[in-house]
Write a protein that binds this ligand. Structure first.
Ligand SMILES: NC(=O)c1ccc[n+]([C@@H]2O[C@H](COP(=O)([O-])OP(=O)(O)OC[C@H]3O[C@@H](n4cnc5c(N)ncnc54)[C@H](O)[C@@H]3O)[C@@H](O)[C@H]2O)c1
Length: 250
């Protein structure tokens, strides 16, 4: 579909869910994919890498914690050292800690902002150095529909994802001169471990708001991510692509 041969990609939060499927999608198009995630997910990362390799793709993994600036910089450094470049960064790692704002603890707010937003800023900053030298790069930030419309119980998460959209536009403005694009994807409700603990009642409530009448899949998000990393998407910059089944039409 899209030619990514010769490209090197780092996908954060690739041990499961959307990140795992994006890693597979990039590898299928020929990219060498470095799957990054927390040390506790090492076995899962090894399984993702083995599955990509079994399918004929090129893959590797690095351990990183989005709360630890040094580990993020080290992951980018290791990627560039092993593969000679870093062309694609997918800022996908994310967490939720849901609670109504009046009940939310400051630590719960900080944790979600630090992983989802600051971690993506740190990774983009580290990756930009290599991309600027190469004069080619793609940064894709996985935001959320919730960052566009808000959601009761997710003041920390919605703020982090709205911030990610602002970060996306700013990176796009700062780095385009070096042929680096930065875009966001705003997924709607996607069936992964992140949403699996929601009650059937809550899930049905969401599905009622979705014109396509179903939750999305990680594959729905991966398709958009792979496209944004392609040569063909080279004139899309600073955009937030909604992949939400029509739930919000911004
Ligand atoms: N599932 C949804 O409905 C949905 C909707 C909109 C946006 N998103 C976003 O998509 C992304 C992926 O979500 P998912 O549904 O696959 O979730 P998930 O919980 O299945 O996967 C999250 C990934 O992030 C990693 N991660 C968490 N904290 C980390 C840290 N401190 N350092 C490094 N890695 C860390 C986890 O190990 C895992 O690999 C997230 O940014 C999420 O906010 C998901």
């Amino acid at each position: 579909m899209f030619e990514l041969n010769g490209r090197v990609a780092l996908v954060t939060g690739a041990s499961q869910g959307i990140g795992e499927v994006i890693a597979h999608g990039l590898a299928r198009q020929g990219a060498a994919v470095i799957c990054g995630s927390l040390p506790v997910t090492e076995v899962d990362l090894q399984n993702v890498v083995s599955a990509i390799k079994a399918g004929g793709g090129k893959a590797d993994y690095v351990l990183l914690d989005m709360l630890d600036a040094e580990s993020i910089r080290a992951a980018v450094h290791t990627t560039v050292e092993r593969y000679g470049a870093l062309h694609i960064l997918i800022n996908n790692a994310g967490v939720t800690k849901d609670k109504l704002m009046i009940q939310m603890k400051e630590e719960e707010y900080d944790l979600v902002l630090d992983v989802n937003l600051k971690g993506s800023w740190l990774a983009s900053q580290a990756a930009a150095k290599s991309m600027m030298k190469q004069r080619w790069g793609r940064i894709v930030n996985i935001a959320s529909v919730v960052g566009q419309m808000g959601n009761a119980g997710q003041s920390n998460y919605a703020t982090s994802k709205a911030g990610l959209i602002g970060l996306t536009k700013t990176i796009a403005r700062e780095l385009s001169g070096r042929n680096i694009t930065c875009n966001a994807i705003a997924p709607g409700y996607i069936a992964t471990k992140m949403t699996e603990s929601l009650s059937d009642e809550v899930k049905e409530g969401f599905v009622k708001q979705i014109p396509l009448g179903r939750m999305g899949t990680a594959e729905d998000i991966a398709g958009a991510a792979v496209f944004l990393c392609s040569e063909e998407a080279g004139y899309i910059n600073g955009a937030t692509i909604p992949v939400n089944g029509g739930m919000l039409m911004p």
